[in-house]
Write a protein that binds this ligand. Structure first.
Ligand SMILES: [Fe+2]
Length: 139
């Protein structure tokens, strides 16, 4: 699901984005695999939620640091989008636990996170990439 055109031209951020796509892809594959038992799928869900809960903070901090270094003008809006997403992840972690990892909620989460990733990395983050390119050209 990762596409080279999602690159923003800063290697460490591109690597982190690629990692996020890979994890989400694995999650979707595992939770939709008819060969796997539901117990087995839940293990994957828990693993993904643990990973997301931590990695997203690490990645967003890094991406925000980059925007600060660049003097990126839309940083405040971008930070808001990150905050919203972090909250969303936390809510899903809680909800999934409370609802004992119901299949319906797991599927809902899978769809949402994939959509968000495509929208955010494929659009919002691209504006950082445009800015990086422009700055490099001006140098
Ligand atoms: Fe971002």
């Amino acid at each position: 699901m990762w596409k080279d055109r999602y690159k923003i031209g800063v290697e460490r951020i591109d690597e982190q984005h690629r990692e996020l796509f890979q994890r989400v892809e694995e999650f979707l594959k595992a939770t939709n695999d008819p060969q796997r038992t539901w117990e087995d799928k839940i293990e994957k869900v828990k693993e993904t939620m643990n990973f997301m809960g931590e990695y997203v903070h690490y990645h967003f901090d890094d991406e925000e640091k980059l925007q600060e270094e660049l003097g990126y003008p839309n940083i405040e809006d971008h930070k808001k989008a990150h905050e919203k997403f972090k909250k969303g992840i936390e809510e899903y972690i809680e909800k999934l636990e409370n609802e004992n990892y119901s299949e319906e909620l797991v599927q809902e989460f899978g769809g949402k996170i994939m959509t968000w990733l495509i929208m955010h990395v494929g659009d919002v983050d691209q504006k950082i990439g445009d800015y990086v390119t422009k700055e490099r050209e001006d140098c």
